[in-house]
Design a protein around this ligand. Structure first.
Ligand code: SF4
Length: 463
């Protein structure tokens, strides 16, 4: 049982990843609610209409099987939309009744030889994973089924496959900025930076602008390398590219904070002979300066982190770089390799943390009540703890549904980290009810909270 879970259901991950392919449509093979719930959650976060087809299984089809509904849905979607690709994701319901989705797709293709677009199926029952599992399964299926074999040895498209993982459109744009500054070309697996954060166009385009094309996916086997920027979303897909197409895999932590972003930039230099441009060096120096400027306000604060495994691994790095202690690190996923890696990482960083897998926000709340923290970092669902305990919540992750425009923000790269350092520090100022006069910080203090004495300094550097 979960009380106030931090996770979402698995199909939503596959649907989100599929949104990053230009002209692709999702068919959710399950009951109507299995399409409606993810659509609403995505629409509340991305503030865009989210279109997903459903096979609308009912009591009858649940008993006798959903083959007929899926065949009809495939035909209807093709005739009404002419998509570039169709992705069929399963649900708890269709997996439980045991529908053979790949077999039904094969039957459809045999009966409709004139429909030549790729149709892939992705397994996304929510009882074997979370929304991140759905995203990861989609990427693995994509890597297995879409790339074409190289026609001759050494044939290359000159690009680098980059798998951002579960991020926001603003994050993808920041990653693109880094790759562009390096003078390189990324092939994005996948890219919803515009499809889920587009402009208003008249007339409305048939498909949302942007997204990786099917042609690019076909040629992704000819890339110079694959970089997965989340170990647990896209790491396996990167390994598939290496095994099947000899494209070297680089699996990195999510590039949040200084060290994690350095790892990404350095990997780009290792793959190519390009050097780090001055523009990125300046951004890096600016982040370092922000860490130095804020450390006296943040050092020693206790933080609770919750959310997706890769996101909170990246955040743990930044939190430690700010001198704070990630006291609780909680994810809903039952991901033991991640937990072991987090134990290692927190030891390397020299911080004392409690790492919780398969947890919910009720668990986190209990721990915070027993031993409070100064700050909570996670998605909107932590608001109830924040309100009850009067501890500020810095919103990062998915979903952020009680604030506007967070999907446009970025937490990755040097620029993303600077924004996060600014936001965290400002929240700390607010919570401490501080008064800042010129560059002198006076702590007024708030009753009932753990309080780390602030350093304060005057303009002459006297303490
Ligand atoms: S039944 Fe399963 S797939 Fe459908 S909405 Fe619920 S958790 Fe998601």
């Amino acid at each position: 049982m979960a009380i106030n879970p931090t996770r979402s259901c698995a199909p939503i991950g596959a649907m989100l990843a599929n949104y990053g392919i230009h002209g692709a449509i999702t068919i959710n093979h399950g009951s109507q609610g299995c399409a409606t719930y993810p659509r609403h959650q995505m629409a509340r976060h991305f503030r865009e209409p989210v279109e997903v087809a459903t096979t609308s299984l009912t009591e009858k089809t649940t008993v006798y099987g959903g083959r007929g509904n899926l065949l009809t849905a495939l035909k209807n979607i093709w005739e009404r939309f002419h998509p570039t690709m169709i992705m069929v994701c399963s649900t708890c319901l269709s997996e439980t009744i045991g529908d053979d989705i790949p077999g039904i797709i094969d039957e459809f293709k045999e009966n409709n030889p004139d429909i030549t677009i790729p149709i892939i199926s992705v397994k996304t029952p929510s009882y074997i994973g979370t929304h991140t599992t759905g995203f990861d399964n989609f990427l693995t299926e994509l890597a297995n089924s879409m790339p074409e074999r190289r026609k001759k040895k050494g044939e290359t498209n000159g690009k680098i496959n980059i798998i951002p993982g579960w991020v926001n459109p603003g994050d993808i744009r920041e990653l693109k900025h880094i790759v562009r500054e390096m003078g390189l070309h990324g092939l994005w697996l996948t890219d919803y930076s515009e499809t889920l954060d587009g402009g208003y166009y008249e007339p409305r385009p048939h498909f949302a602008r942007g997204g990786t094309t099917v042609e690019d996916l076909r040629s992704s086997s000819k890339s110079l390398a694959t970089i997965a920027l989340q170990r647990h979303i896209g790491g396996e897909a990167a390994r598939v590219y290496e095994r099947r197409h000899n494209v070297p895999a680089h699996i990195l932590p999510m590039p949040i904070g200084l060290a994690n972003t350095d790892a990404f930039v350095e990997t780009l230099t290792e793959i190519t002979d390009h050097t780090i441009p001055e523009a990125l060096q300046v951004e890096r120096a600016r982040l370092l300066d922000a860490l130095v400027d804020t450390h006296m306000f943040t050092t020693g604060l206790r933080v609770a982190l919750y959310g997706d495994p890769d996101l909170i691994e990246g955040l743990t790095g930044l939190v430690a770089e700010m001198g704070m202690t990630p006291a609780y690190i909680l994810t809903a996923a039952e991901n033991r390799p991640w937990a072991e890696r987090m134990v290692e990482l927190t030891q390397e960083l020299g911080v004392e943390s409690e790492i919780i897998i398969k947890g919910d926000l009720h668990e986190l709340h209990k721990r915070i009540k027993a031993k409070p923290v100064d700050l909570i970092i996670g998605h909107s669902k932590g608001k109830f703890i924040s309100d009850a305990e009067k501890i500020p919540l810095v919103r990062v992750g998915f979903p952020v549904e009680d604030r506007f425009g967070y999907h446009r923000r970025s937490v990755v790269g040097y620029n993303g980290a600077i924004s996060l350092v600014d936001e965290i520090t400002n929240v700390v100022f607010e919570r401490k009810a501080t008064a800042v006069v010129s560059n002198t910080l006076l702590e007024i203090g708030v009753e009932g909270h753990t309080s780390i004495p602030f350093a304060y300094t005057n303009g002459n550097g006297k303490h």
